[in-house]
Design a protein around this ligand. Structure first.
Ligand code: ZN
Length: 206
């Protein structure tokens, strides 16, 4: 794309690095910012930079947080003995939106996927197993998407904690196989948490 300004060209090149944003959209966004007062761009740039530099991952559950321990883990009314295991932060947001889960979370940061070169050591699995071994956990709910990678990950974790005296369950498969958790509507998702099934029987149905 030929532009009369190298500054604009550079801004467009940076914006178009974002997922789902092509060069055309990037140009549209950049031109939009040029029409706005300069402080609008300062606010945007400032918010992005501050988020990127200061955001933390909760020491307990790996959820995003502005402080060391996230709001959910720090909330005394949440049941610390029930842990919902999810793939990523968007799943925490989706389940929180249902308002039906009162336990805490554990964010794995992905799922085991040999095809994509993701092995168990790249995920937050050790901290989960350690947490279970402390004895404070009564139930682990697997809420990963029902894909082959999700099942593999669930089973990998299950093998490591099955000698512990805790309940393991999986969210009910009201969600079609292959659906990603974050896209499930809130009612279905809420229901699938309430109607969770023992983990072992969820494996047999597969
Ligand atoms: Zn947390």
């Amino acid at each position: 794309m030929e532009m009369s300004s190298k500054l604009l060209e550079r801004a467009v090149a940076e914006i178009s690095q974002l997922p789902g944003i092509g060069k055309r959209t990037a140009l549209r966004l950049a031109l939009h910012l040029l029409k706005q007062p300069v402080d609008q761009t300062q606010l945007l740039a400032g918010a992005l930079l501050k988020m990127r530099e200061e955001i933390q991952f909760c020491k307990k559950c790996h959820n995003i947080s502005d402080v060391e321990i996230c709001e959910i883990c720090a909330n005394g009314t949440r049941d610390q003995s029930i842990i919902c295991v999810v793939e990523d932060i968007r799943d925490v947001m989706a389940i929180e939106n249902t308002n039906l889960f009162k336990g805490i979370y554990h964010v794995l940061g992905g799922k085991i996927s040999p095809m994509d070169g993701v092995g168990p050591s790249q995920l937050n699995i050790t901290t989960l197993v350690e947490k279970v071994r402390t004895g404070i956990v009564k139930e682990l709910i697997f809420a990963l998407s029902s894909t082959m990678e999700g099942d593999t990950t669930n089973f990998y974790i299950y093998k490591q904690i099955k000698d512990q005296n805790i309940i393991t369950s999986a969210i009910a498969r009201g969600i079609a196989v292959g659906d990603e958790l974050e896209f499930a509507d809130e009612v279905t998702l809420g229901r699938s948490i309430l109607h969770r099934v023992p983990f072992e029987s969820s494996m047999k149905n597969h």
